[in-house]
Design a protein around this ligand. Sequence first.
Ligand code: KG4
Ligand code: ZN
Length: 357
Amino acid sequence: MLALGIETSCDETAAAVLRDDRTNLSNVVLSQIDEHRPYGGVVPEIAARSHLDHIDGLIAQALDEAGIGFDALDGVAATAGPGLIGGVMVGLMAGKAIALVHGLPFAAVHHMRAHALTPRLTDGIDFPYLALLVSGGHSLLCAVAGPDDFRPYGSTVDDAVGEAFDKSAKLMGLGYPGGPALERAAQGGDPGRFDLPRPMLGRDNLDFSFSGLKTAVRHQVAALGRTGEARDAAALRDLAAAFQAAVGDVLADRAARALETFRAQTGQAGPLVVAGGVAANRALRERLGAVAESAGARLVAPPPALCTDNAAMIAWAGIERLRLGLDDPLDFAPRPRWPLEELAEELARRANAGAAG
Ligand code: KG4
Ligand code: ZN
């Protein structure tokens, strides 16, 4: 099976062609970073217009690099949410149009489920596994038992971890996008110089909270401003390192606890998967590797380019569903908000509709 994947839910326009034996025939990503940089963050209207300008060319390029035409495809997958509505509409409409014109089955893909399924593409792991999903809009832990079977353990009660990176980086004057800038700034810093909070550490649930950490960074930046150190590279380096260490402690604590729950439920010691844009962070990957090891589990983290947004993961999530015969109708509406676990209800609705029809 050959599938085309399309991703337009945030600030990357992307298209990819994958085969169901996990071969990546092409994977093109066009970042909009330069268009959003003057505004210090993603501007939804600019994002949507830019997706519209580039989506056709990118799809053509993905097919070209794969050395195929539309006629060779067996299916089309596009992100249908969650994400910025204008962008999601562009990719979803493009995918539906191609499916309609070429008579192909269509998969409306959940962006976060696609992140969570990526290790099956990159490492061929089996279900079930524990996934820690960390991106710009989401932070959550869940057991993944099938392409449509996600059991949430916990999620953030306020900011997502990527959001905390982005906002903290902005407060520190590190620019946009904040995650990679903060990681660079933290190199060689002393994580012990600033005392930042570890929200939710040790709590007996599996939720996260990051807004307190961001607020602590704000206070610290203000304090550095009073002493004239706010632009001092060494001070920023230490603050960035302290921030990363605090996030590392929180993620490690939550993941360790989730691994215990996962083992109690499945009898399996992992694997632990980390995916989503923040999973590109080297320090956090190392930290989670240690957590997995002490639980006797394996850490599976996709290569950084497949942690941040891309269309290979969308094509793969589409393949996972289409090969089970789970295609979606062409009137599938874009879903800017779309809970991860909702699919069980959808499937029940469909079964009922089938029984009624
Ligand atoms: O998955 P993603 O590319 O897009 C969303 O679905 O949100 O994740 C983007 C998030 C941003 O918050 C970005 O700052 C963060 O991932 N990120 C990182 C790194 N690379 C991207 N955070 C920390 N360290 C990184 N190296
Ligand atoms: Zn993402």
